[in-house]
Every structure is written in structure tokens, then in C-alpha cells.
Design a protein around this ligand. Structure first.
Ligand code: GTP
Ligand code: MG
Length: 210
């Protein structure tokens, strides 16, 4: 079982908040982006993964307005490494005015298109929800741009085991056989080690979009 090898977090710290990609011309660290609906648990997931409270969380949707960048130092397969984690503002929050929603979408798309160091998108999805047209748009956009992503079904502590298992199978038919959804709970830490190993392996992959 590959995930037992494990990624060990050494340190994690906030770098800065940005509204565009600022790293042109610099030697980039591999970057893993956390995206998903508003209030789904992106910031909580990051905090649980790094075992520190680096990202601001809130029960009020729309807590994260800019793209927040964190540097994570870790050990994996006996080597010391670093990567960037980016915490994105949630999309699809109905109470935000239309122009602002479109602005967010443009910011997110431009950032991902400009930043060639992104090796993986972690798409955070509430296990209790179904995909709607907005999610399908995201799925199409990721596929059309050849951006590697992994769907992570979160808040699994809120559902029965059998409901979680059924959802996993159902979403796998959307994400593809070789790309099964991962399961996670920020509340009790289920799925944390599998997701960490996935992230460490993704950070090793070459930048496939160049
Ligand atoms: P925005 O930045 O507003 O888009 O939200 P976000 O996706 O970063 O969500 P955040 O991490 O702030 O969490 C939103 C709410 O969900 C908070 O009240 C969290 O405590 C709760 N939450 C997050 N993850 C879990 C989980 O795995 N289980 C449970 N039960 N609650 C969770
Ligand atoms: Mg957030």
C-alpha cells in the first residue's frame, strides 16, 4: 500500500495573498491548488493536512476572497522538499453579485492558465452534494485545458459509510477509471494520509502543460 510511505510535514507558513500569478521568471516550486464551491471546506482541508492552523476558515461562505499562498516544507521518500499550496476563493456562492462572481472566475482561470508550476488541482467537493451545471463547467474546463485534477469528497463524517461508498463509485464514472475520488474529513482526519501521499506524488510529476 503506497500511501503508508507517507509525506511528513516539516513546516507550513503563509506567504501572501494574490489576485494574479506573480511568479513569472522565477524558478517555481511545484504548486497544488485547492479549488471548489464556497464553504465546502478547502481551507479546513489545508489546515488538517499540514496539522497547523495556517488558513482562515469560517462557517460564513466567502471567507477566502483572494488566492492565499502557503509554503509547505516536507519530507517524502527520504528527501526534504518544498511546495506551494494555494487556497482559492470558493465559487458558486449565490449571494455574491454576478459581476463579482464573474471576476472571481476570471481571476481563478487566469491564475491557473498563467502558472505553469501547477502540477495538480485538488477539487474539493461536499460528499452530500450532487454535481450541478457549474461543477460540470469546471470539469469541462479542467479537461479542455489538460489540467490534472483529483476530486476529493469531503465532510464524509457527515454521511453514512454506505452513502459515501456509493457516491465514490458514482463520481468515478465522471472523473474516470484511473482517477478515483479520494475521501476526506477535516473533522476527524479520515483520508489525510492518502491525500498527503497523493499530493507528494503529484508534486514530483513534471509540468505537463508546457
Ligand atoms: P470559502 O473560503 O468560503 O470558500 O470556504 P472553504 O471552502 O475554505 O471552507 P472552510 O474550510 O472555511 O469551512 C467551511 C465550514 O465547513 C466551516 O464551518 C468548517 O468547520 C466546516 N467543515 C470543513 N470541513 C469539514 C469536515 O470535513 N467535516 C465537517 N463536519 N465540517 C467541516
Ligand atoms: Mg476558504
Amino acid at each position: 500500500m503506497v500511501y503508508k510511505i507517507g509525506m511528513r510535514i516539516v513546516d507550513a507558513r503563509f506567504l501572501k495573498s494574490v489576485d494574479r500569478y506573480e511568479g513569472k521568471g522565477r524558478e517555481p516550486l511545484p504548486e497544488i491548488c485547492f479549488i471548489g464551491r464556497s464553504n465546502v471546506g478547502k481551507s479546513s482541508m489545508i489546515n488538517t493536512l499540514v496539522a497547523r492552523k495556517v488558513a482562515r476558515t469560517s462557517s460564513i461562505p466567502g471567507a477566502t476572497r483572494l488566492i492565499n499562498l502557503y509554503q509547505v516544507d516536507y519530507e517524502f521518500e527520504g528527501l526534504k522538499k518544498s511546495l506551494i499550496v494555494s487556497d482559492f476563493p470558493g465559487f458558486g456562492y449565490a449571494r455574491v453579485p454576478k459581476e463579482m462572481r464573474e471576476g472571481w472566475q476570471q481571476m481563478i482561470e487566469a491564475y491557473i492558465e498563467d502558472n505553469r508550476a501547477i502540477t495538480q488541482i485538488i477539487w474539493v467537493f461536499d460528499v452530500r452534494r450532487e454535481m450541478d451545471p457549474l461543477d460540470e463547467m469546471l470539469l469541462e474546463w479542467l479537461s479542455a485545458n489538460g489540467i490534472g485534477f483529483r476530486l476529493v469528497l469531503t465532510k464524509i463524517d457527515r454521511e453514512t459509510r454506505s452513502a459515501v461508498a456509493q457516491k465514490k463509485i458514482r463520481f468515478q464514472s465522471v472523473t474516470g477509471e484511473g482517477n478515483p475520488p479520494l475521501l476526506f474529513s477535516a473533522k476527524d482526519g479520515q483520508g489525510k494520509h492518502e491525500l498527503l501521499s497523493h499530493i507528494a506524488r503529484s508534486a514530483k510529476s513534471t509540468f505537463s502543460r508546457d
